[in-house]
Design a protein around this ligand. Structure first.
Ligand SMILES: [Zn+2]
Length: 67
C-alpha cells in the first residue's frame, strides 16, 4: 500500500466518523416537558417526528406523554 492510498483511507475513516456523529446528534430531539400534575420541568429525548413521548415526571413520578 502506498503512502498516498494510506492517507486517503485515513481521510475516509475520519469523514465517516464525523458523519456518524452528526447523524446521532440530529437523531435526538430534546423536549422540555412540563408535568401536568406538579408542573415540574422534565427533559425528555425524542426521536425526530415523534410528538407524544411517554415519560415519568422526575419530581412526582406521574406517568404521562408530552403534548
Ligand atoms: Zn410531576
Amino acid at each position: 500500500m502506498s503512502k498516498e492510498s494510506m492517507r486517503e483511507e485515513a481521510d475516509r475513516l475520519i469523514k465517516e466518523a464525523m458523519e456518524k456523529k452528526i447523524t446521532i446528534k440530529q437523531g435526538d430531539t430534546r423536549i422540555e416537558a412540563t408535568c401536568g400534575k406538579c408542573g415540574g420541568k422534565n427533559r425528555v429525548s425524542a426521536a425526530p417526528g415523534q410528538l407524544r413521548v411517554p415519560f415519568a415526571c422526575k419530581e412526582c413520578g406521574q406517568k404521562q406523554t408530552t403534548l
